[in-house]
Design a protein. Structure first.
Length: 253
């Protein structure tokens, strides 16, 4: 797949029109359509910006930027202790051009679901900084209890976290934020998954100063804030997007 096809495919997967993608990267809509048609080749910087807005990178294995998550979380809860660094400000401006946040950076009424969806798609779980995959076996709740017993700081997310807010489906992919990945893996007896292997997994993601903020306790388990669960579910795989829709009341459990 060449760059033009890749951009076109990713734009459609993300549910964006050419005009919306153009607004995200601040170019004319005709620029996007011409790039997708192969009529012009974008500069390296523009190609990188377009793919970043679509949750990808020039290479297929790049690390996701967590700035869109920070911008979205702040738009929904301005009291969060998140520094508005240039990267976060850039995403606030992108969300504003899409009509998702207002001039003060607050979410526009009725746009919460769209904002959380865009943030999740822009920072996929599979590419979070420092994320490590381990072989499946134990459930997310078993792992959480082992962390608690060992004094490991953690916060559950993904579909297992969504089920704590509103039970709706089975757990497919345990995802937990932790203060120390190596210590957490040892505490839970997790074995690292072979690179490039497929199938079920457990993913541990180091605290990033944003995603673990607003943790709460449900049924004795520490889980990330509802908004973060929704972001992560939209940025996950399989039925996780359905979990996010259910939490937002867009789908019946």
């Amino acid at each position: 797949m060449n760059l033009a096809e890749r951009i076109s495919t990713l734009r459609r997967v993300n549910g964006l029109s050419a005009r919306q993608l153009a607004a995200l990267v601040d170019v004319a809509p005709t620029t996007v359509t011409r790039i997708e048609a192969g009529a012009v080749s974008p500069s390296f910087d523009l190609a990188q910006e377009i793919l970043t807005a679509l949750g990808e990178s020039l290479g297929f294995t790049g690390v996701a930027d967590t700035a869109p998550i920070a911008a979205a979380r702040l738009a929904l809860d301005s009291a969060l202790d998140i520094e508005v660094v240039p990267g976060v400000e850039a995403w606030q401006q992108r969300w504003a051009r899409l009509g998702l946040v207002d001039s003060s950076g607050r979410v526009v009424n009725g746009k919460e679901a769209d904002l959380l969806f865009r943030a999740g798609r822009a920072a996929r779980l599979t590419r979070r900084p420092g994320a490590v995959d381990f072989n499946a076996g134990k459930s997310a709740y078993e792992i959480a209890r082992l962390f608690a017993e060992s004094g490991v700081g953690y916060a559950l997310s993904g579909d297992a976290g969504a089920n704590l807010y509103r039970s709706s489906a089975g757990e497919a992919w345990p995802v937990l934020y932790v203060e120390d990945v190596a210590r957490a893996a040892e505490a839970a007896g997790l074995s690292r998954k072979e690179p490039g292997s497929f199938g079920m997994r457990v993913t541990l993601i180091p605290f990033d100063g944003v995603s673990e903020l607003g943790r709460t306790r449900i049924e004795g388990i520490t889980v990330v804030a509802r908004d973060q669960v929704i972001v992560d579910s939209y940025g996950g795989i399989d039925r996780m997007a359905e979990q996010a829709d259910i939490l937002l009341g867009r789908r019946v459990a």
